[in-house]
Design a protein around this ligand. Structure first.
Ligand code: 13P
Length: 249
């Protein structure tokens, strides 16, 4: 069985001092044979985190990537720049980017393509809003979001990570039940299976109020290959508890 992947999404949090302290505590508490671990830091801190985690079991990622390669795109950070600083992962299509920055399925697909081309693994986020779930549209929404990425990236699709993050569960303390999450993960797995013979090796993460108390149960589900952790990744004790659950699963 493949190792689980636990990725922290620090969102817009941290400072040079806070990052160093958090990483020191997490590194000190890692189990002997850990799952795959990454932390997705604000772009400005990717280099710092890469330095502090060099030679350790923690990989560094970014939280977004430009849809352009280079040029007159003020404020943007390209995939090759992130790679240059040591980033192995980049989250693309997080619901906060879709919601606050108007990112579309097509744009997210291009961002995934740019990351792949630079040797950075895109963590492609999909997920329905509460209104969409209540309208019975969950499957349609996540399938549409993933389809755009599959369509553009064709045979490279086995190189991505997918994160199912129900928007109503993000930062709300409401978690999808293991059964609810597994149901959607199975839909995503089947969709990946129709796109690549290597779908089994793709990590499909759950994200949305995953914490020390609920991680083990979620991670026990067949198609839940890890977690994308927001709030709990900012507290060493909580992040380590999730890593421990994933390393034992
Ligand atoms: P929380 O774990 O804070 O709910 O955030 C989840 C998330 O958005 C990770 O990308």
């Amino acid at each position: 069985m493949k190792k689980k992947l636990i990725a922290g999404n620090w969102k817009m949090n941290g400072s040079l001092a806070a990052n160093a302290s958090l990483l020191e505590q997490v590194l000190a508490g890692l189990p002997a044979d850990p799952c795959i671990v990454a932390v997705c830091a604000p772009a400005i801190y990717v280099q710092q985190v890469a330095g502090l985690t060099q030679g350790t079991a923690i990989a560094v990622g970014a939280q977004d990537v430009s849809a352009h390669d280079a040029g007159a795109y003020t404020g943007e950070v390209s995939a090759s720049m992130l790679r240059d600083l040591g980033a192995r992962y980049a989250i693309v299509g997080h619901s906060e980017r879709r919601q606050y920055h108007g990112e579309t399925d097509a744009l997210v697909a291009i961002k995934a393509q740019k990351a792949l081309a630079a040797g950075v693994t895109p963590v492609v986020c999909v997920g329905e809003t509460l209104a969409e779930r209540e309208a019975g549209r969950t499957e349609e929404v996540v399938r549409r979001q993933l389809a755009a990425v599959i369509h553009l990236n064709g045979h490279c699709i086995s190189e991505i990570v997918v994160a199912y993050e129900p928007v109503w569960a993000i930062g709300t303390g409401k978690t999808a039940s293991p059964e609810q999450a597994q149901e959607v993960h199975a839909v995503l797995r089947a969709q990946l299976q129709s796109a690549t013979p290597q779908a089994e090796r793709i990590h499909i993460l759950y994200g949305g109020s995953m914490n020390a108390a609920n991680a083990a149960q979620l991670l026990a589900e067949k198609d839940i290959d890890g977690g994308l952790i927001g709030g709990a990744s900012l507290k060493a004790v909580d992040f380590l508890a999730i890593i421990a659950a994933a390393s034992a699963a």
